[in-house]
Design a binder for this molecule. Sequence first.
Ligand SMILES: [Zn+2]
Length: 306
Amino acid sequence: MSGLVPGLVPQGFSCSHGRKPLAAQSEPSRSHAVKSGRSARRAAPTGRPGRTDREIACNIEPSRLSSEVPAMPPAPRLAPLTGEGLLADRTYAALKKAILDNTLPPGTSLSVPELARQLDVSRSPVREAVQRLIHDGLATHAPHRGAEVSRVDIDDLRQLYVVREQLEGLAARLATEHLDGDGLAQLRGILAEHEAALAADADNAAQIELDMRFHRAVREFAGNPHLLAALEPIAGRSHFALHSLWRGAEAPRLALDEHRAVVDAMASGDPEMAEAAARRHISRLRVRLGQATAREAAPRRLRPSS
Ligand SMILES: [Zn+2]
């Protein structure tokens, strides 16, 4: 069975059908799209077991699309960059926010020239930002199309959460062994910010960013570069799921309470308790993904299992 996270991909899964995302750009622009040496998950050929019809439908060759869709400039979705700080960092932050709040939905082509035009910056910071997004797991390199916002498949997310549950547990255990007063204060600071965001009824993107910061801090305190390298892209991709899972009013509160339980266990100096608390947190999200799969699969024709 395979399904999409409900509400997660309101438009993005339709790629170029029906409307024209950044993907429907001119050929010269597409040739500038960022290439990456990393092998993308979506590099698998069409017809791979577990892919949805809609995903497969999105793999129509770009040449065919361009003949079907009249050439016109894509509608800008991003506002020109403002503010201070390193241009590369601001570009990265703007694109990441646009992905997390679904302004750039899954499957959207990350054309460097087009994004540079919309953000009113040069191509170089955009190129760098897209590479960072690929590293985060928020973008992937699509064969013949350059980079695009990672597509989300709920079955794939569930598999990802199985691994994430183990690794986040390990991260919490190792972090407990290394945690000092400063580290603990940092974690408590993130919890306090998250609490304030909840009280202010902050939008999902802000809360998801705080959730990501919390888990990033824990895995950095774990002090194991191999664990960090394994967990970083998994955590990035899995945060897509939160757009759907955090729809209920109680979900962000529950997540914050679970984060607090992890920190309390770490503060007590008990690595095993911290590991168990972190695993419980991720496992609950995995179970909710399973429930979402069941809901989504109900009206669908079941696929033969492979
Ligand atoms: Zn969390």
